[in-house]
Design a protein around this ligand. Structure first.
Ligand SMILES: NC(=O)c1ccc[n+]([C@@H]2O[C@H](COP(=O)([O-])OP(=O)(O)OC[C@H]3O[C@@H](n4cnc5c(N)ncnc54)[C@H](O)[C@@H]3O)[C@@H](O)[C@H]2O)c1
Length: 410
C-alpha cells in the first residue's frame, strides 16, 4: 500500500518547533514515519491511498465524536452511518464537519439496526464508558472490527470477554489510547527501545486538570462508578497507559483516592499511587480534576541512568526535557518539540484510525490492541482496589470492576 503523509513545522514565539497541517518539509519528514514496529505515527499520519471504500460507522456522537469524524475524514473512510440515541447530537456533529446535507450518511438511534442495515467494516464506539463493553461485544459477534474509546470496559471481566470474543471471531479491536501516537511520546518510546535511558530508575505521570460542575452536569453518567469512574479512570487513563507502556510489567501498586471538591459525584476527583515494576523501577501517578482555575498539565517523566525525558503540554505532546549521555546533533532538533493540538485530546485519533485501517488490510493486530486497553484498565482498577482494601495490590489483578467501588465516598 502506498502511503502519503503531510505535516509542517514552524517556530512559535518561544522558538520551539511547532507542527501544522501543511506539506512535509523534507528535512523533518522523519517525524512522520513508520516507527520501529512499522507503525505510521505523527500528526496527519493518514493512509491516503486505498481507503475510500472502507465502510465506517460511529456509535455515540457527543464531545469526543468530532475527533472520530475528523479521523474518518482524514483517512478518507466512507462514513456510512452515525448513531446516537439523541438525534440532535448526530445533526450537530455532522453540521460541525459540513456533512449535514450529506444524505449518504445514514442516521440511526439504534446501533443494532445501523449495523444490520449498513454493515460497516469497522465502527468506533464513543458512548459513555459503561456501555463500551456491551456494544463492542455485539459488534464483534457480527464480525465487525471496533475502535473502543477509553476505558475499553469498566471491569476486567468485561475486558477479558472482549479479548476472548475478538479472538474467536477474528476481529480487530483497538483501544483508543491515541496519545501513544503523539510525536513526543513516540520519540520517548524510540529512545527507550534503543536503550538510551540505560537502567530505568523511576517515572511519574501527572494529570492535573480542572473539571467544573458544568462539565459534570453535561451528562448524568459522568463521575458515576458504573458508567465512568473518576479522575483516574476518565482523565488520567491515557497517562497511566503511557507510564505502563514505557515502564513494563507491574509488580504491585498502592493507591489512595479522595473526593475533595466534587461531592455531587460518586467517584474520586483526585488519585495518587506508587507503582513498583518487576524490573525494579518505581513510579508515581497523580491524577486530578481539582486544579484551580484550569487545566495545568499532563506530564510524563522517565528517569534512567543515562537519560532524562519530560513530556508535557496539554496532553504529553511537547518535549520539555530531553537529555541523554550519548547526545547527538539529532537530539537538538527534539529538544522543545511541540505538536500543536486543538484540545487536550491531541491529534492521535487520526493516526489510530490509520493504524486500524492498516491492521485490517494487513491482517495484524492494531498498534494499541485490546490487551493494551486491558493493561491500562487493570492499573486503574488496582488503584481503586487498593483504596478499598487499604493495602498494596499485587499483579496480575484478575477480577475487579469500577462498580465494586460503589458507596466509597458516601
Ligand atoms: N480518547 C479521548 O481522549 C477521550 C476524550 C473524551 C472522552 N473519551 C471517552 O469517550 C466516551 C464518550 O465521552 P464524551 O465526553 O464524548 O461523552 P458524551 O456524553 O458527550 O457523548 C456520549 C454520546 O453517546 C450517546 N449514546 C449513549 N448511549 C448510546 C447508545 N446506546 N447508542 C448510541 N449513542 C449513545 C449519548 O447520547 C451521547 O451523545 C467516554 O467513554 C469517554 O471516556 C475519550
Amino acid at each position: 500500500m502506498k502511503l502519503a503523509f503531510s505535516v509542517s513545522r514552524g517556530r512559535n514565539l518561544r522558538g520551539n518547533i511547532v507542527f501544522k497541517n501543511r506539506e512535509v518539509p523534507s528535512e523533518i519528514r522523519g517525524y512522520v514515519r513508520k516507527n520501529q514496529s512499522g507503525i505510521i505515527v505523527g500528526k496527519t499520519a493518514v493512509c491516503r491511498e486505498g481507503n475510500r471504500n472502507m465502510k465506517y460507522a460511529l456509535i455515540g456522537c457527543g464531545r469526543i465524536s468530532t475527533n472520530h469524524i475528523e479521523a474518518a475524514l482524514n483517512n478518507r473512510l466512507e462514513i456510512a452511518a452515525v448513531c446516537d440515541v439523541k438525534p440532535e447530537c448526530m445533526e450537530l456533529l455532522l453540521a460541525k464537519h459540513g456533512l449535514k446535507e450529506d444524505t449518504k450518511i445514514k442516521r440511526y438511534t439504534d446501533f443494532r439496526k445501523m449495523l444490520e442495515e449498513t454493515m460497516p467494516e469497522f465502527v468506533s464506539i464513543a458512548t459513555e464508558s459503561g456501555m463500551h463493553g456491551e456494544i463492542a461485544m455485539y459488534c464483534i459477534r457480527r464480525g465487525i472490527h471496533v475502535i473502543i474509546e477509553k476505558p475499553m470496559a469498566m471491569s476486567l471481566a468485561q475486558a477479558d470477554k472482549i479479548i476472548a470474543l475478538a479472538e474467536q471471531y477474528h476481529v480487530k479491536v483497538a483501544a483508543c489510547h491515541q496519545n501513544r501516537f503523539n510525536l513526543a511520546v513516540q520519540e520517548m518510546r524510540m529512545a527507550l527501545e534503543a536503550g538510551r535511558f540505560g537502567k530505568i530508575s523511576h517515572g511519574a505521570v501527572h494529570v492535573r486538570w480542572n473539571r467544573s460542575r458544568d462539565y459534570y452536569s453535561q451528562a448524568p453518567w459522568r463521575g458515576t462508578w458504573e458508567q465512568d469512574g473518576g479522575a483516574l479512570m476518565n482523565q488520567c487513563i491515557h497517562g497511566i497507559d503511557l507510564l505502563r507502556w514505557m515502564m513494563g510489567e507491574v509488580d504491585s501498586v498502592y493507591g489512595v483516592i479522595r473526593q475533595q471538591f466534587h461531592n455531587y459525584l460518586e467517584a474520586e476527583d483526585v488519585g495518587l499511587a506508587v507503582v513498583t515494576f518487576k524490573n525494579g523501577a518505581v513510579a508515581t501517578i497523580e491524577g486530578t480534576t481539582n486544579v484551580y482555575p484550569k487545566n495545568l498539565e499532563e506530564t510524563l517523566y522517565l528517569f534512567g541512568e543515562k537519560g532524562t525525558v519530560k513530556l508535557g503540554g496539554k496532553s504529553t505532546n511537547h518535549i520539555e526535557i530531553w537529555d541523554f549521555a550519548d547526545e547527538t546533533e539529532n537530539d537538538c532538533k527534539k529538544k522543545g518539540l511541540e505538536e500543536t493540538t486543538r484540545n487536550v485530546y491531541g491529534n492521535g485519533h487520526t493516526s489510530l484510525f490509520a493504524d486500524m485501517v492498516s491492521a485490517i488490510r494487513e491482517n495484524r493486530n492494531p498498534y494499541v490492541d485490546a490487551y493494551e486497553g486491558r493493561r491500562a484498565l487493570e492499573l486503574v482498577l488496582a488503584i481503586y482496589k487498593s483504596q478499598k482494601m487499604g493495602e498494596v495490590i499485587r499483579f496480575p489483578l484478575t477480577e475487579f470492576a469500577s462498580a465494586d467501588m460503589a458507596g466509597e465516598f458516601e
